[in-house]
Structures are given as C-alpha cells and as structure tokens.
Design a protein around this ligand. Structure first.
Ligand code: S5P
Length: 359
C-alpha cells in the first residue's frame, strides 16, 4: 500500500483526520514514532515519567484505571496536568480504554463519570465486538463535545488570558482557571484542560497551527510544535499482541470497514500489521507487544514474552516487515534502569526502521 512508502511528512498532508495530520507532523519534527505505554502505579510516577520521557515520544498511552492517586479534578487533576505536559513536549495522550458496550453506555463512559476521558485524552480506543454502531456513538459524543467547547470558548470573557500550564505551579493555575471557569456561563468545571487554548481557538486547520508553542512563551522542548487541534480521535483495536487472541480475520475486516465509515473520527488502528488496503486509506497504525533485546544482544525479530500471554516483536520487525507506523512500548522502557535514555534507544531504533522502510 502507498502509505508504507510515504514519508510521515507527506502523510501529514494527506491523512483524513486532523489529529492524525498533526500527529504525523509531530513524528516528522521529533523524528519519533514511539508511544510510551505509561503503565506505572501512581499518578506521581506517571507525571514524572511523562515529563522525563516527553522529548522522545509522540504519544503517551495511559490506563487511568491502574493508576492510584489519580486526581479527577478537571481543572487541576491528573488529566489536566498530563494535558499541560503534552503541550509542553508535543505529544498526544491516548487513553487505552478499549471501550466495548452498547452505544449509549460507551458515550457516557467516554464523556462523563469519574475520569471524563474525552476532556484530557486526545485519543482513545474501542474493541468493536459489540458492533459498529458503537463507533458512531463515540463519534457523536466527540462531535457534541467539540461543539460545546467551541461554544464555551466563544462565550468566555477571558479570551486572551492564557493560563499557566506549568504543572508545578498549580496554585496559580487553579486560581486562574477558577476565575476563567466561573466566567463561562456558570458552567463550572466544564472547560477543563483546554483553558490555554481559549486565546487561539479556531476550527482545526486554521493558520494558527503555524504559530509555534514556543512563541507563546511556554518552555516548549521542541520549538515549532504548535498546539494540537481541538479534535478527538479513535483507534480501533483490530488485532492484539497476546497469545491465543480470539480476534478473527472477519473481526479485523469489520474494523477496517468501520474505520472507513467514520474517517472524521477514526484515526486508525491498534493492530499487529498495516491494514490500509484501499487506495484512499490514510489510517495510522500503532502496535504494542514491542521490545528490544538487552543492549549487546543480537536482534532477530522476536523477544521472549512476559509469561502472561504478552508476545513481543522488535521495532524493526514491526515497522519494516509488519508495516506499522508507531511502536507502543511499556515495560521495555519503564523497567529499564534509566527510562529516558532507554526511550531514546527505542526512538532511534524505531526511526531507523522507518527510514529503512522508505529506502
Ligand atoms: O494488543 C494489544 C493492545 C494493547 S493496547 N496488546 C497490548 O499489550 N496492549 C497494551 O499495550 C497493554 O494494555 C499495555 O498497556 C501495553 C503493552 O505493555 P508492555 O509492557 O507489554 O510493553
């Protein structure tokens, strides 16, 4: 398929979903096709890890429900702090929620409840075993959310007052955000993680995307990286890495069909191989079950599993042979003696494999 030979920079121009285009730009700018699966046990560790590894990654994947001490406050809690780190370093947040239920239930789980995933996670994912309508339900929820944000931003009287998004300055942030949120039509608690965007909110694809985060006075690590568009995206869980996975070829094909039916919301897949096959497919693929052999050991494509069903392939095999775009790495990085330098090792390997695929 053509996307296997296209550069990420080219795909940043052609992908159907605005957030996917943004993600490809991040990948090109940071020379990274690495997603960290931040499966640590406490919110404090999660934020520290995100800040340290942020420069090497383009996506940070979370499982909010395995984190203890997750602070659900929409303005100052863990989600908002992650969102600030995402802006600082230039990465997207992917809550690996694997929604699977009837449409109405997943809408509520996505937008409401304790975690209010839609407010802080740019991306989430779904297992479509319950049927394709669930994808439409999530898409509708995302559209409604975007309309609401648009409305709230328009009615915000404090437009032009950027809020500090330094997470170590949470008192000032809380005050500023409380002021701002109270100003918005009495809808307390509904602005959440996008307060810093209010000054420049316009529909996706507007020229503001060229204004660098750096110019806005934040200590961005990668100058030239602009704010993410206010869109939400879904990945379909099309194939899994685990031994004995019951997802059939028909199920995977149903994911491909659902993706094509919802190009404005589905960014792509969590899969074990590239699934683009129609000429105009522009989906992105992210692949977990990825590990490098320890430094010094020879790489032969596979690495021993974890004894609990997880199976591992190396970055080069996944990217060059299986054709994935982004490798998702958890314990390979987290359990290393120095996670930031191990993340750099994965980033370099992943990028080299991508360049090799183009050649
Ligand atoms: O097929 C899959 C899909 C996912 S999202 N296999 C997976 O392992 N995952 C997730 O990726 C899993 O839930 C975990 O968060 C991560 C892999 O972690 P690792 O420590 O094995 O790299």
């Amino acid at each position: 398929h053509p996307t296997l030979k296209q550069t990420f920079a080219d795909r940043a121009r052609t992908a159907a979903h605005p957030l996917t285009r943004y993600l490809f730009r991040l990948m090109d700018l940071k020379a990274s096709n690495l997603c960290l699966s931040a499966d640590v046990t406490t919110a404090r560790e999660l934020l520290t890890l995100a800040d340290k590894v942020g420069p090497s990654i383009v996506v940070l994947k979370t499982h909010y429900d395995l984190i203890s001490g997750w602070d659900y406050n929409p303005q100052t809690g863990t989600g908002a702090k992650l969102a600030a780190l995402a802006r600082k370093h230039g990465f997207l947040i992917f809550e690996d929620r694997k929604f699977v239920d009837i449409g109405k239930t997943v809408q509520m789980q996505y937008t409401a409840g304790t975690a209010r995933i839609i407010e802080w996670a740019h991306i989430t994912n779904a297992n479509i075993d319950a049927g394709k309508d669930m994808v439409r339900a999530l898409a509708e929820a995302a559209t409604k959310w975007k309309e609401r944000i648009h409305y709230e931003v328009k009615t915000s009287v404090t437009v032009g007052t950027p809020v500090s998004d330094r997470f170590d300055d949470s008192d000032a942030q809380e005050q500023a955000q409380t002021r701002q949120r109270d100003d918005v039509d009495g809808r307390k608690g509904s602005i959440v993680s996008i307060t810093t965007v209010t000054q420049s909110f316009e529909p996706a694809d507007s020229p503001r995307l060229t204004k660098s985060h750096h110019d806005q006075g934040d200590d961005a690590v990668f100058p030239g990286i602009e704010e993410a568009p206010m869109d939400r995206g879904l990945l379909l869980l099309a194939q899994m890495s685990s031994k004995g996975c019951l997802m059939t070829r028909e199920y995977t094909q149903a994911c491909v069909e659902a993706a094509r039916e919802h190009k404005g919301f589905v960014m792509g897949y969590v899969s074990q191989e590239a699934l683009n096959s129609a000429p105009d497919d522009t989906f992105i693929h992210m692949t977990p079950g990825c590990k490098l052999p320890p430094p010094g050991e020879e790489e032969n494509g596979q690495v021993e599993g974890d004894g609990l069903g997880q199976q591992y392939n190396t970055p080069s095999r996944l990217i060059t042979i299986c054709g994935t775009d982004i490798i998702i790495v958890g314990r390979g990085i987290i359990e290393a003696a120095d996670p930031p330098s191990e993340a750099e090792r994965y980033r370099r390997r992943g990028w080299k494999a991508y360049l090799g695929r183009l050649a």
